[in-house]
Write a protein of this length. Structure first.
Length: 589
């Protein structure tokens, strides 16, 4: 244990001397107030420490004590439904000690030490086990079965194991390795946050993470274990998009990191999630969620740690074989914390003052996502999908954080202030957004949804692009210059925008759409377009086609219940044919 003294204090940065025995990323206790910090730079016996709490009042000469351990998180039963700050301190327990205002230097264990969990052993005495093997389970919430795993690096034969009620620190099993060394296993394990948890191998991203959001699932899908970015200006609906994904994405566990966003947004999450019912189980959404709250008024340095804390917890649940979705809101605030610390360290600034290593740090974070075969003798599949919001100043995505993110992620959902002002939500701009997973997942859609899914998607994208070109012509020479077929294209594109892409997050039916219903919606819009083009060639009147009453039913198809989709679909198609036949007959008369 190394002890030094403070030499200099500059905001969240403290420089201490006499720390020669210290290592990089060691956790230290600063001053007599026991503030938590982390060593981020070493020069001889001088250590630069980023302090995760308010440093006002500290002065030279005060002691700094190294713990000799890296910043680690506690992993075990009790994570689900918890609300942590950036360094995994439970905010509800801190509130019991210090009230509504956080006091400095409070040390509270991340997992409750007094709670007794019912452990059911699945392994037996004499079984050979290795790191990642499941030795038992704890029913953490009604939804989540918490699997107790052998920590990485431990292998051998189980000498003792017993079901029963245990606290997280109690020994539940004893494993003896080949050298005769005995390892006592508890319900809890620790893991350093800056090191990714190991796995056997990464799998190809060829399966979609279904979200129920039509613009995402159909046009710009994200793979299970994929990475996506949601950049957008103030008021364009980033937070609502992330809430929707947290509620509806096909994930067993959700880890939501409120990193540097406003406190009232985090309050919305805290108020909403316990009341929301999980569509798959009927229980509260909170029963499969871990929240990390590090709002804009909390210490800047802790923002940097919050991202790593969140992804380490997410990896732990991935290792159990679960599908995990991690929402980071937002990585821009995390990058601002990096910029502040870099400035305090007097490093050479890169573009717009951000450190030169911004891109590599972002990549280290996003690279920890993936669909993997986990460790352990029984190979199982787990996935960790990461969705990071980016808040570029003024909505300008040419700034360094957005550009560094776009070089890493495979899905870009560009939110558009113009669409948001028109009340078109989700305000994902279909002309600038993209997904690089589409081709690798094409076979999955063909096999699991419909053989012509990719063809319909391509036609819809084509119509939307043609619409933007035709609108430029209309602005120059007016609507009358367009041919009848071009006018029908504009109408079909309008139908795609208003009836298909526009989705009401607060409507009980429209908030989530199955892939089957999305497919039928695409078919209806394209059937309207194809039948209108065919009718024009038979002499039908354009205005009569555009103003068909059946269009109202096509528009309202999004509100049809899932069990009535097929019936309504067939009915609308039949009526569409009847209406068009009548229009053609009138034209002939």
């Amino acid at each position: 244990m190394s002890t030094g003294v403070i030499k200099k204090v500059a905001g969240p940065l403290v420089i201490a001397e006499g720390m020669r025995d210290c290592n990089m990323y060691d956790v230290v206790h600063v001053s007599n107030m026991n503030l938590i910090g982390e060593v981020i730079e070493m020069h001889g016996d001088r250590a630069s420490i980023q302090v995760y709490e308010e440093t006002s009042g500290l002065g030279p000469g005060e002691p700094v004590v190294s713990t000799g351990n890296q910043l680690s998180v506690e992993l075990g039963p009790g994570l689900i439904e918890s609300i942590y700050d950036g360094i995994q301190r439970p905010l509800d327990d801190i509130m019991k000690i210090s009230g509504n205002n956080l006091s400095r230097g409070i040390s509270v264990p991340a997992l409750k030490r007094d709670k007794v969990w019912q452990f059911s052993a699945t392994a037996k005495v004499g079984n050979k086990v290795m790191g990642g093997d499941v030795i038992g389970t704890v029913q953490e919430t009604e939804i989540v079965l918490h699997k107790i795993m052998v920590p990485t690096g431990i292998s051998g034969v189980i000498k003792e194991i017993k079901s029963g009620g245990y606290k997280v620190t109690d020994t539940v099993a004893v494993v003896e390795n080949e050298k005769g060394e005995r390892h006592e296993l508890s319900l809890m394990q620790k893991w350093p946050v800056r090191i990714g948890r190991p796995y056997q191998k990464k799998l190809s991203p060829d399966m979609p993470l279904i979200t129920g959001q039509r613009v995402i699932d159909t046009l710009f899908p994200i793979a299970k274990g994929g990475v996506a970015s949601v950049p957008g200006p103030f008021g364009s609906g980033k937070t609502v998009v992330q809430h929707q994904l947290a509620k509806w994405a096909e994930a067993d566990i959700v880890v939501y990191i409120g990193c540097g966003e406003r406190g009232n947004e985090m309050t919305d999450v805290l108020n909403e999630f316990p009341e929301l019912l999980d569509p798959k189980t009927g229980h509260s959404l909170m029963e499969r969620t871990v929240l990390i709250a590090n709002t804009s008024d909390m210490p800047v340095a802790a923002r940097e740690a919050s991202i790593y804390t969140g992804i380490t917890i997410a990896e732990y649940f991935r290792d159990m074989g679960y599908s995990v979705a991690l929402m980071a809101d937002s990585t821009s605030r995390w990058a601002e914390a990096l910029r502040e610390m870099s400035g305090r360290l007097e490093e050479m600034p890169g573009e717009e003052g951000y450190p030169a290593y911004l891109g590599s740090r972002l990549a280290q974070f996003y690279e920890r996502a993936g669909r993997v075969i986990t460790l352990g003798s029984k190979e199982q599949e787990g996935s960790l999908s990461v969705i990071g919001a980016v808040s570029p100043p003024g909505g300008d995505i040419s700034e360094p954080v957005s550009q560094a993110t776009l070089r890493i992620v495979k899905v870009f959902w560009g939110l558009d202030a113009g669409l948001a002002y028109k009340r078109h939500f989700p305000a994902v701009n279909w002309l600038t957004s993209y997904s690089l997973y589409v081709d690798t997942m094409a076979n999955w859609y063909k096999e699991n949804v419909a053989s012509d899914w990719m063809n319909l998607r391509a036609r819809i994208m084509s119509l939307l692009q043609e619409e933007s070109e035709l609108e430029e012509i209309v602005k120059l020479v007016g609507m009358d210059a367009l041919s009848d077929i071009d006018r029908v294209k504009l109408e079909a594109a309008r139908s795609i925008r208003e009836d298909f892409l526009h989705q009401n997050a607060f409507h009980e039916t429209d908030t989530y759409t199955t892939l089957n219903k999305q497919y039928h919606m695409m078919q209806l819009v394209m059937a309207f377009f194809d039948k209108c083009v065919a009718a024009l060639s038979k002499g039908a009147q354009l205005n009569a086609l555009i103003n068909m009453p059946i269009r109202e039913r096509i528009g309202r198809f999004k509100y049809v219940q899932e069990n009535e989709v097929e019936q309504h679909y067939q009915d609308i198609l039949h009526n569409l044919d009847v209406d068009i036949d009548n229009i053609i007959k009138k034209g002939d008369d």
